[in-house]
Design a protein around this ligand. Structure first.
Ligand SMILES: Cc1cc2nc3c(=O)[nH]c(=O)nc-3n(C[C@H](O)[C@H](O)[C@H](O)COP(=O)(O)O)c2cc1C
Length: 286
């Protein structure tokens, strides 16, 4: 990794010490000569020091000119607008064949990419599939993997053992059978006519990659909602990928890493005019 250079321009620094307060790695300190930096190799590259400085006095080799932007707080969505988005968001499973505008796809990925990541690793990667043939192959492989899983679960020799070690899997037997049956009749309940799939993946051996990918998912899905693009979580594809020791879907898409979340996307064939209350919130105050 290239050597980091982090410093504070003494001529413009007003010694407000905000960089000291926000830096999660404790790199900044106050001295008689002003704000100084130490052990810069501890920096996690979060950019808080750059974002907080009122006089643009922090110099950081990771953030050259053009990478730091002033926030227009007046343009922020109002809390009630954010709440409305949270209330009206939906999994949408009925799509038209119209392609999703490229700008919308770019915005969805950009919003997902902006989600926080553990230790600011920013290791989340995306595979965006819009090729109809690839989408079909994802569904077909998912159905094939479920068929193989069913065979195992129903094998009379294996069943007594599997039922003991993974009883929860037997809940899915009728679900998987239904998916396979419907697919054979031309009804794809895996991708449901989505015109794009965004798979979100990270390194296989990273403790927080799953959390990172799912936070990215939610950012992206709310952006999709705001753009009028329909989306739902591709849990069945995820289950198939997890069950498949041969990693056929990852190989097909040349994904090196583990997929932790996926979003099926398409232009909505309808709009929900109402939102529905959820079960009462369970929150414990301590
Ligand atoms: C982890 C997870 C997996 C899901 N998998 C699927 C899926 O494979 N197919 C699907 O149509 N919906 C899937 N969903 C969507 C849920 O069914 C949906 O969120 C739920 O029914 C509530 O509907 P809403 O999202 O419109 O509020 C999944 C959601 C989550 C969080």
């Amino acid at each position: 990794m290239e050597k980091l250079e982090i410093g504070v321009k003494a001529e413009s620094c007003v010694r407000c010490a905000k960089c000291i307060r926000v830096c999660p790695s404790g790199i900044f300190a106050s001295s008689d000569d002003g704000i100084v930096t130490d052990k810069v190799n501890r920096c996690i590259g979060c950019g808080h020091c750059m974002a907080v400085c009122p006089t643009d006095s922090v110099v950081h080799s990771l953030f050259p000119k053009g990478t730091v932007h002033t926030i227009n707080y007046a343009a922020m969505p109002k809390p009630e607008q954010v709440m409305l988005l949270c209330k009206m968001r939906r999994s949408l499973r009925v799509f038209t064949k119209a392609p999703i505008p490229e700008t919308s796809l770019t915005d969805i990925v950009e919003a997902a990419h902006r989600a926080p990541t553990g230790s600011n690793m920013q290791n989340v990667e995306f595979t965006l599939i819009t090729s109809p043939d690839m989408l079909k192959q994802i569904t077909e492989l998912t159905i094939q993997i479920f068929g193989e899983a069913l065979k195992k679960l129903e094998n009379p020799l294996l069943k007594p053992i599997l039922k003991r070690i993974m009883p929860q899997m037997y809940r899915y037997v009728p679900v998987l059978k239904g998916l396979i049956r419907d697919y054979s009749k031309g009804n794809d309940r895996i991708l449901r006519g989505a015109t794009a799939v965004l798979l979100i993946h990270g390194p296989k051996k990273s403790g927080l990659a799953c959390n990172d990918c799912n936070l990215a998912y939610q950012n992206g899905s709310l952006m999709a909602e705001a753009l009028g693009v329909g989306q739902f979580y591709t849990g069945f594809v995820y289950m198939a990928m997890n069950a498949d020791k041969k990693h056929r879907i990852e190989k097909l898409l040349e994904i090196d890493g583990k997929v932790y979340a996926g979003m099926a996307l398409g232009m909505p064939a309808l709009r929900y005019p109402r939102y529905i209350d959820r079960k009462p919130v369970r929150v414990k105050r301590v």
